[in-house]
Design a protein around this ligand. Sequence first.
Ligand code: DUC
Ligand code: ZN
Ligand code: ZN
Ligand code: ZN
Length: 474
Amino acid sequence: TGFDLIIRNGTVVTASDTMLCDVGIRNGKVVALADKLGTAAREIDATGLLIMPGGIDSHVHLAQPTSDGSVMADDFESGTRSAACGGNTTVIPFSLQERGTSLLKSVEEHHQRAKGKCYIDYALHAIITDPTPQALEKELPQVVQGGVTSVKIFMTYQDMALNDAEIFKVMEATRREDALTMVHAENFDAIQQMTERLERAGQTGPRGHAESRPIVVEREATHRAISFAELVDVPLFVVHVSGGDVIEQIEWAKRRGLPIYAETCPQYLTLTAEDLDNANMEGSKYVCSPPPRDKANQKACWDALARDVFSTFTSDHCPFIYGSDTGKKKAGADASFKYVPNGIPGVETRLPILFSKGVSEGRISLNQFVALSATNHAKVYGMYPQKGTIAIGSDADIAIWDPHKRVTISQSMLNHNCDYTPYEGMELKGYPVTVISNGEVVAENGRPVGSAGKGKFILRGKSSLVPSRHPFEA
Ligand code: DUC
Ligand code: ZN
Ligand code: ZN
Ligand code: ZN
């Protein structure tokens, strides 16, 4: 009756509780939580350390195809390796349906890109860019049946933006299939007009990216998406919220009793538009959408995290290599900002940044950290309690943290395939020291242990945000 692994003498932290006890693991599951457990094949002494659910990063982009000649720096192997080293045990990347192609096939192709390459478990979201009757009526039910129970839509980008009618139709379909709708809320036409104006003024450096999409662009689209969700009667998840005016929209909706939820990301807590403000292309290292705003908006995001306005905290890891002609400088070293691929790396630094700036500096509690880093992701995306907590019967996905460990972020310590980090030089207090996926150590002191391939696909159920309806209410 021994265990495969016992983690001894640590402080177990969940979204609701903090307790001193041992954790007993057998066959990849947590099977005992008690004082002084018996014997195990392997033991880890966690004296003075925190034992938390492994992080779930429910917004990452790995090996996602693009339509502009750029190439994402991380595939499923390097992306999950980097994730594991940063304290994560599950990621949810996006499969992308490109216009004119099959939704179902796009999901199947992304499965193939992931298969056998992952260090940790993964699930998938589906991006819909071509909401044909075939996609919504024939394929979406199969996609959902296959455990891909969330759909992201875009309100911007040339090859991705849906018009209002299409947004409405996707919401009707997700309502029918009990899937969760996620939205990238920025007004495409407004961005285009602003971009043309900046080009006429010769302001085409990376800073122009932020100037072309000020927060009103995001606020308007967020309000519109909320309004459609209200009309169609579906819950809505607003991704990568960047600042106060958008948070106001989310809280306005919540006050009205609407099922509107949102996430924010490290870049909106720590970067500003000034980081894009470089005469040379260095500023392109911070080009992501929505763009980082200013100090006041950083504070608005922190305050909203502290009062539980955001359900989750994600990286939006979307890496492009700076020194590559398929990366940030793909259109040349002085090309207009509009040719710079949008996205920054961050899957490995997400949790250390939230822990250090959030918990260590007293902005959020340890239990909030667990909710924002893991538990709420599992609930929102239909994986709870298999994932997202430490409880009897849950997968043994655990990150052991040293809350006192001091680390200065540098590109040289990271395990992604990107060639820079936007957080270079940031000083942190608190870092994951041992990361366990399904009962096996996958990372230690920021380095991978073992090899890729054991991570498996998680077939997700219905989101906790999607209501159960009586048949007569359909
Ligand atoms: N939206 C994302 O969610 N990720 C990267 C780029 C983008 O626009
Ligand atoms: Zn987006
Ligand atoms: Zn994203
Ligand atoms: Zn009812």
